[in-house]
Design a protein around this ligand. Structure first.
Ligand code: SAH
Length: 384
């Protein structure tokens, strides 16, 4: 982290040369909003929601300026991809392929935690579907609408401020329920998955891509204190509550009666992302925007190396989960009903899908804790 400070200071000097501002003035600009931010521990659900909204209100502009409309990891297979913005588009495409969304072209889509609508527009263009995006940040809603109108998708897509844990939509509303890197912000993972399942149409698909912690090893009851400390530092800067593992998400999906549950770990495929973000952040122009955008954004930037550290230590995982809501429609070429129906593959059965996850007894025990109501407060907030 110390070398990060050095790099940032070096960048501040470079930015000051470019902009004719002294490094001190630049740092003061960056720190000016710090004085307005609360250094107190923020603990309630309302504090978390307003913290998230404030974080994205403040940081979305600078992110878009440097990285564009997608606010999620890029996908890097062995293709040596150099264009990082394209790597983010690749991520959406790869997830769609992995989740087999093309098998049943969605006519309606919900983008849960939509940012400025990058995924929504990609999906609307690709499938011609209608879509709704929700976020906690009013600034993101306004920008998402603006960009969608500008790209001719204004009538297909709409955006609103709404809470993913209490969504203003009727049951069974959407063919595709898409949550790209928003699950990590949810303080109650069970309620999150329950809401995703509730608004999904029968036969529809839920896709969750989320930052997760590693699965616990057999005999292990919890992450180590050192690991918990690392996550806490990340949580404070990015307004995240407690994390869960990929298999805990699968368990929650099964609990909601979802079927054909599949999960994966793409940590290896995203590991080039954070180094690229850090490099882009210390370019003089980006650094100037970063400092101007205030304390919350700067703090987010400063913990980026911790994401790399977490991934290297095998603690931070890039998880994918997909599932479908029952009852499923009959397959397109279903035999006449007089035929004996083929045996349903075991992966379509939620119970065996969970068994396939091979959850260790210790992990099952620890995992049970996220099935309890969430604690009254969260260990996050404050200064790092
Ligand atoms: N999916 C987008 C943005 C990811 S950033 C993209 O890939 O570009 C995380 C998003 O989750 C932000 O838009 C944030 O406002 C949203 N979010 C976090 N908690 C939320 C909640 N409880 N309800 C709705 N949106 C939430």
């Amino acid at each position: 982290e110390f070398s990060m400070w050095r790099v940032l200071l070096g960048g501040a000097c470079a930015a000051s040369v470019r902009t004719g501002t002294t490094p001190l003035q630049l740092l003061r600009m960056g720190a000016s909003t710090a004085s307005k931010a609360s250094f107190a521990e923020l603990r309630s659900g309302d504090d978390l929601r307003s913290g998230i909204a404030g974080f994205y209100d403040a940081s979305s502009g600078v992110w878009e300026e440097v990285w564009g409309e997608h606010m999620h990891h890029g996908y890097y297979a062995d293709n040596g991809r150099k264009d990082h913005v394209q790597a983010q588009v690749d991520m959406v495409e790869q997830v769609l392929g992995w989740a087999r969304v093309d098998d049943a072209t969605p006519a309606s889509m919900l983008d849960v935690g939509c940012g400025i609508g990058g995924s929504s527009r990609h999906l609307a263009r690709k499938y011609g579907c209608s879509g709704v995006g929700i976020t906690l940040s009013p600034v993101q809603v306004a920008r998402a609408q603006q960009l969608s109108h500008a790209q001719g998708l204004g009538t297909q897509l709409s955006f609103q401020v709404a809470d993913a844990l209490d969504m203003p939509f009727a049951d069974n509303s959407f063919d595709l329920v898409w949550a790209m890197e928003s699950g990590e912000h949810m303080p109650d993972k069970r309620q999150f998955v329950a809401e995703l399942a509730r608004v999904c149409k029968p036969g529809g698909r839920v896709v969750v891509v989320a930052w997760c912690h590693r699965d616990l090893a057999p005999g292990e009851e919890a992450l180590s204190p050192r690991e918990e400390r690392l996550l806490r530092a990340i949580n404070r800067a990015f307004y995240l509550p407690r994390w869960c593992s990929v298999s805990e998400y699968s368990r929650l999906a099964a609990e909601q009666g979802l079927a054909q549950i599949r999960s994966d770990d793409w940590t290896d495929k995203v590991k080039r992302f954070w180094p690229a973000v850090i490099l882009s952040a210390i370019r003089p122009r980006s650094l100037f925007s970063l400092l101007r955008s205030g304390f919350k954004t700067i703090r987010g930037a400063l913990v980026m190396p911790l994401m790399i550290l977490g991934q290297r230590r095998g603690l931070v995982k890039f998880g994918l989960i997909t599932a479908r809501k029952l009852p499923l429609p009959p397959p397109p070429s279903s035999p006449p009903s007089s035929f004996v129906s083929p045996r349903i593959p075991s992966t379509t059965n939620p119970v065996s899908a969970i068994r396939a996850e091979q959850v260790s007894p210790a992990e099952a025990k620890a995992g049970a804790s996220i099935l309890e109501p969430p604690p009254a407060g969260f260990e996050w907030g404050g200064f790092f």
